[in-house]
Write a protein that binds this ligand. Structure first.
Ligand code: HEC
Ligand code: HEC
Ligand code: HEC
Length: 434
């Protein structure tokens, strides 16, 4: 490793630690200790890469926070609604600014969205800079209502109703106010890197990483099933038994007439595995499922995504869109709150991807599966695993991989990438000031 590479790796590790995102505070860090220092940059060649699946139903390492099932989800059978706005009376107690500062950097999650004291690195900018809040002349009651339930001041706020939804007690809010009352020195926004290229993986070693997954998927494509047939037996261009798979992945998820349902590329691959190679289906989210789909998508590389809205997909697209805009979970976020309203802003150390039909940097669905590094290296994960991950860390009770809700969501999100070139597989963007 060259000195510049090792410096890069060190700053990468620092960033992983720095960006101990407040929103990911519920991760059980213990079980993942040995993974958390694995930099994909260094080890891509020789290590046996980890995979995103096989840990439990969703292939996710994090724990689902207890109690979040009481809040609305995107489940089609769920008719729970958001709690009404609460406006409690201002408590008379005096808060402790030291405790408030701790809360701001822990369960209050304030730094995910707000710059506060100068000592905090990588504060986000989804909300206004609060470093000079003490000089703004806001009343205590105003501050209390804002933190307890920001909807009291702005019904469609992005700030979670922290008091109403049971994330902070009235005493804790008073501690936070006491801390806010000490903030009287403007702090500049942290320097941020340019991370808007859809081509991260093309740079240097990252291509190697994608290549490893493609090769692994190709090996599965060539592997003989119990009946002596492989995918390649029928799907090579000089073989008439099956269609050429070049560019077919660009229209998935796709309605299948014979099966009369919307198929993911993963479930379509599985269908052929069962029907034509006499093999068991790969579990969604497993390494085999992800690498095989990475390979089949790679056969479409650089070809524009083209999801069609027709009589068979119209309803699913509509449902997917509805879920995307639905406020869910204890933090009361919709996907759109982060990926449309706050797109391209920073949630602490992470730049929020834009998932919308127009605008900059909207390359999302075309780049999955992706080698994903959160607090630890999760290996190659699929789009639905990423969606599930977003739900878990934002405290929404998640769906299972392959559920109707996630299929419709994947269809909708992929349709927003229409016209963009297929890039899969790729790697997740770096965090923080890399
Ligand atoms: C997900 C992002 C998010 C989080 C987390 C968040 N806020 Fe906010 N906050 C906002 C936004 C956006 C606004 C702008 C006003 C609005 O939309 O409600 C705001 C406004 C405020 C204001 C009013 C500022 C003013 O000038 O009047 C205060 C005070 C505040 N937040 C404090 C906090 C505190 C304290 C925490 C942590 C307990 C916190 N916020 C957590 C997004 C957030
Ligand atoms: C015995 C031949 C055969 C084998 C083996 C086979 N397939 Fe197929 N495949 C077909 C045929 C024929 C179709 C067209 C639809 C149908 O009849 O099911 C198809 C369709 C597909 C499609 C959908 C194409 C489209 O236009 O949307 C995909 C994706 C696919 N196969 C992937 C695979 C994969 C991955 C494997 C290996 C696990 C595989 N197939 C193994 C014959 C085969
Ligand atoms: C509180 C903010 C927040 C909410 C709410 C949220 N996400 Fe995310 N999401 C993130 C962050 C942070 C990342 C990692 C940085 C990035 O790429 O945006 C991310 C990444 C993603 C990505 C990968 C982007 C890429 O191409 O690498 C997808 C896809 C995604 N989210 C979908 C969803 C969906 C669907 C929902 C709703 C179920 C959702 N997110 C809800 C914060 C959020």
């Amino acid at each position: 490793m060259s000195p510049s590479q090792s410096i890069k790796s060190i700053s990468f590790l620092q960033n992983l630690l720095l960006s101990l995102l407040l929103l990911t505070i519920h991760y059980p860090l213990h079980a993942e200790k040995e993974h958390s220092t694995a930099s994909p940059h260094k080890k891509s060649h020789h290590m046996k890469m980890k995979h995103g699946g096989g840990h439990h139903a969703g292939g996710h390492h994090g724990a689902i926070t207890k109690g979040i099932e009481k809040f609305p989800t995107i489940s089609y059978t769920d008719n729970k609604s958001m709690r009404d706005i609460q406006r409690p009376a201002l408590p008379s107690m005096q808060g402790d600014p030291i405790k408030g500062k701790q809360l701001a950097n822990s369960k209050g999650r304030c730094l995910s969205c707000h710059i506060m004291g100068a000592e905090f690195d990588q504060a986000g900018n989804v909300g206004p800079n609060l470093s000079n809040y003490a000089n703004l002349g806001r009343s205590r009651d105003y501050s209390f209502q804002q933190i307890w339930d920001a909807r009291a001041h702005k019904p469609n706020t992005l700030m979670p109703p922290l008091g109403t939804n049971g994330l902070l007690s009235a005493h804790e809010v008073m501690h936070l106010i006491a801390y806010l009352e000490t903030l009287n020195t403007p702090v500049a926004a942290p320097a941020r890197p340019q991370i808007d290229s859809p081509n991260y993986y093309v740079a240097g070693e990252d291509l190697t990483l994608a290549d490893i997954y493609i090769e692994e998927g190709q090996a599965l494509f060539n592997k003989l099933g119990k009946n002596g047939q492989s995918c390649a037996s029928c799907h090579t261009s000089n073989n008439a038994k099956g269609p050429d798979l070049k560019n077919i992945a660009t229209s998935y998820p796709k309605y299948d007439h014979e099966l009369d349902k919307i198929m993911l590329i993963e479930t379509r691959n599985n269908h052929c595995r069962q029907k034509y190679t006499n093999s068991h289906p790969y579990k969604l989210g497993s390494r085999s499922s992800n690498t095989l789909s990475a390979y089949v998508k790679y056969l479409s590389r650089n070809t524009p995504i083209k999801i069609v809205a027709n009589t068979h997909t119209k309803e699913a697209l509509r449902r997917g869109e509805q879920s995307f805009y639905k406020k869910t979970g204890q933090l009361s976020f919709s996907c759109a709150n982060c990926h449309v309203d706050a797109a391209n802003k920073w949630l602490r150390g992470q730049a929020l991807s834009s998932i919308q039909a127009e605008g900059k940097h909207r390359h999302t669905a075309a780049t999955w599966p992706k080698h994903f590094v959160a607090l630890h290296d999760l290996g190659l994960i699929g789009l639905q695993q990423r969606i599930r991950h977003c739900q878990i860390v934002t405290q929404t009770y998640p769906q299972n991989l392959g559920s109707d809700e996630y299929i419709d969501m994947e269809l909708y999100i992929t349709s927003l990438a229409n016209g963009l070139p297929m890039q899969a597989p790729t790697k997740s963007k770096p965090r923080g000031a890399e």
